[in-house]
Design a protein around this ligand. Structure first.
Ligand code: ZN
Length: 442
């Protein structure tokens, strides 16, 4: 069932997102251990700081802070000039020091938004930076811990509870992923856990929506590691909440996980309120102050962003907006470069765009191979060679030329056929017609 069928006009979905992503930095967030951990021997990239040993002191990673601020600017957020790190207290085996260094009241970036394709803005509450925790590996009868992931710089983008449809939430996440890739600040490979999502879900009545009122609970679905998974998990949770309401009950505020096999969400723990975390500024890390110069320097570092690139491509190459969107958001900056080179070499922009979108095997081809691939190595023939071919045909077919001058249309058809033959099919008939007409009538 779709969300519409589940909600039956009786309920309205309220969905907020937390997008977590690893920054690609040389070092971890608060120590000098390498941050490239994929497929490394477990617990081989650790030190007293990221193991959470007593007495170890954190030193913030400037590169990570700068990259978070760049991301904030790309998301139309405000770079916070006075900010600091807080301790967020809770105990879990993957967090042995008993707190995570995170940000609470004064995150690095405030506000922001992304424009959605069908209009409307997906509003962002804030963007903050924290350290990731270790990885628990649950086996049958024991749990293993790998501290390589402990201390990886982790950005969290928190939206306002503004999504009313799952597809908008998916679009938002995909756009974030693309923006991060264009900025070159993270690989955001979901299969490697470099991007993870959490969805906050509640339902309200149409009247509450009209009055701008939110429900007094929300259910947080944790550890979503693919867009497909998010769609399924949110649908399953909507279904569960609708059923509760229909039975006269109200959903509890809690964290739930999605079980793909049974297609239901399962309770994990009742959700903490902020005061359960006993946040306070980390006394080991001084507050950070940024001035206008620093911020304008950062702005100068921003590359062309996907939404700007999309506008430019539509305006420069006159391709439809939806085609440009697919180019920019599903194919990425390298393919766009290729697109521009191919179009500038004389190929039709729409044709190149559609080939790149629909035929992935064309991505690795050289310029000349790409032309052969789409059957227009025709255009690889030089202008001179084409004109030479036309000249030959006209010289050898005086009768037809005279007929054409006399107004006989069929003579033109004949000559076009001869030019096609002369060029071994490497010219389009309309082009041949144009060249013949030009040669005869000027
Ligand atoms: Zn370390």
């Amino acid at each position: 069932m779709t969300e519409k069928e589940l909600l039956k006009d009786k309920y309205k979905l309220v969905l907020g997102l937390e997008v977590h992503l690893h920054l690609s930095t040389k070092k971890k967030m608060f120590c000098s251990c390498p941050a490239e951990i994929w497929e490394k021997e477990p617990n081989s990239l650790t030190c007293p700081t990221c193991l959470g040993l007593p007495g170890a002191l954190p030193v913030p990673n400037k590169e990570a802070i700068r990259k978070t601020q760049l991301l904030g600017l790309a998301l139309n957020s405000q770079v916070n000039k006075n900010t600091w790190f807080d301790r967020k207290h809770y105990f879990y085996p993957d967090l042995p020091k008993g707190y995570q260094i995170s940000q609470y009241k004064n995150p690095l970036c405030l506000g922001g938004y992304i424009e959605l394709d069908l209009g409307g803005k997906a509003e962002i509450d804030h963007v903050h930076l924290e350290e990731d925790v270790a990885k628990s590996l649950h086996l049958k009868d024991k749990t293993l811990l790998d501290f390589n992931k402990s201390g990886i710089p982790l950005v969290e983008i928190v939206t306002k509870p503004i999504f009313t449809e799952i597809k908008d939430a998916v679009e938002f996440c995909k756009k974030i992923q693309t923006i991060v890739r264009y900025l070159g600040i993270g690989n955001v490979d979901m299969e490697k856990g470099q991007m993870r999502l959490e969805a906050n879900i509640s339902l309200r009545t149409p009247q509450m929506e009209k009055d701008g009122k939110l429900a007094d609970y929300k259910v947080e679905i944790k550890n979503i590691n693919s867009f497909k998974f998010m769609e399924k998990a949110v649908l399953a949770e909507i279904q569960r909440q609708v059923e509760l309401f229909e039975n006269g009950e109200t959903p509890m505020q809690e964290n739930r996980g999605y079980d793909e096999n049974s297609n239901v969400t399962v309770s994990q723990r009742s959700k903490e309120e902020a005061n359960d975390y006993r946040y306070f500024p980390d006394p080991d890390i001084p507050p950070m102050v940024f001035d206008d110069n620093y911020i304008s320097e950062l702005k100068g570092e921003l590359p062309e962003l996907p939404y700007q690139l999309k506008e430019r491509i539509v305006n420069t190459y006159k391709i439809p907006s939806n085609v440009a969107l697919r180019l920019v958001y599903s194919l990425g900056p390298e393919i766009i470069k290729k697109f521009e080179v191919l179009v500038k070499s004389g190929l039709d922009a729409n044709r190149v765009a559609n080939t790149l979108i629909n035929k992935k095997e064309s991505h690795g081809l050289s310029e000349s191979d790409f032309k052969k691939f789409i059957g227009v190595d025709k255009e690889a023939i030089s202008k001179e060679a084409l004109e030479e071919a036309v000249k030959n045909v006209l010289e050898n077919n005086e009768r037809a030329v005279l007929d054409l001058k006399g107004g006989k249309e069929s003579a033109l058809m004949f000559l076009v056929g001869q030019v096609m033959k002369e060029t071994k099919g490497n010219i389009d008939p309309p082009k041949a017609r144009e060249l013949i007409n030009k040669a005869i009538f000027g």
